[in-house]
Design a binder for this molecule. Structure first.
Ligand code: GCO
Length: 262
């Protein structure tokens, strides 16, 4: 049974895995046997991340480039494929958020969010996918969000990108299942990361709201995502195509309940 989920001999490229959810998923993939490739845009974060992976006993290679740069993505993917080895698994995790009401948001800020959270995954999938198609094998996991399904004041640009990423996932699955490439998504609920740190500050109205809105009654721990990542990266998911696996403590299962109801 453990063979079904083993990633021994596989190589996984997790974008933005210098911290946060990306790092938690990368840890899970490495624990299952995968060699890691990561990228990021902040050199100091990269140094710390590579040290952390190394201390944990994982093999990790890091590259500094922005996933929205098509030329760089193409160049680095070719370099990795030729000099390190085939990328068997791609996790499109890198993303940003800008919290700003749509009526005030600058168009350039809206564009940047779409560029990083939606166009970036397309670029990476296309560049890595080229090699996966030649090999007739591959796993692509796009990191979606609650905001692939739901709206919330101030995160309209992010939600537009993450809704788009869900449909990019289904369309890549539609075109690439025939090449034995499984393209799926993970939709994390509300997790305790640096991205949500502003929402978890004491006194922030979202802090208690998220706990009461989540049937499991708490914020997720990033390590809760490792199992979903390993499943979608392994042979266990070979006939799973275009699925978004929500790991959300049950948020999407319910409309929630009034604050004063026990
Ligand atoms: C928000 C955003 C993110 C969430 C997440 C939910 O509400 O501000 O939705 O911060 O962390 O993406 O899945």
């Amino acid at each position: 049974m453990s063979d079904l989920f083993s990633l021994e001999g596989k190589r996984a490229f997790v974008t933005g895995a210098t911290h946060g959810l990306g790092m938690a998923m990368a840890n899970g993939l490495a624990e299952a046997g995968a060699e890691l490739i990561i990228n990021g845009t902040t050199p100091s974060r990269m140094d710390n991340a590579l040290e952390e992976y190394e201390n944990a006993g994982y093999r990790a290679n890091g590259f500094i480039f922005d996933v929205t740069r098509e030329d760089k993505a193409e160049e680095y993917v070719a370099k990795i494929e030729n000099e390190i080895g085939p990328i068997d698994i791609l996790v499109n995790n890198a993303g940003i958020i800008k919290r700003e009401p749509l009526k005030d948001m600058k168009v350039e800020d809206f564009r940047r969010v779409i560029d990083v959270d939606l166009v970036g995954p397309f670029i990476m999938a296309q560049k890595v996918g080229k090699y996966m198609i030649q090999r007739g094998a591959g796993k692509i996991i796009n990191i979606c969000s609650m905001m692939s399904e739901l709206g919330r004041d101030s995160v309209g640009a992010y939600a537009s990108a993450k809704g788009g990423l869900k449909m990019l996932t289904r369309n890549l699955a539609t075109e690439w299942a025939r090449y034995n490439i499984q393209v799926n998504g993970i939709g994390p609920g509300y997790f305790a990361t640096s991205q949500t740190a502003p929402l978890r500050k004491d006194g922030h109205p979202l802090h208690e709201f998220i706990k009461s809105r989540t049937p499991a009654g708490k914020w997720g721990d990033p390590s809760d995502l490792a199992g979903a990542a390993v499943f979608l990266a392994s042979r266990a998911s070979d006939f799973v195509n275009g699925h978004i696996l929500y790991v959300d403590g049950g948020i999407l299962a319910t409309i929630g309940k009034p604050a004063d109801e026990d």
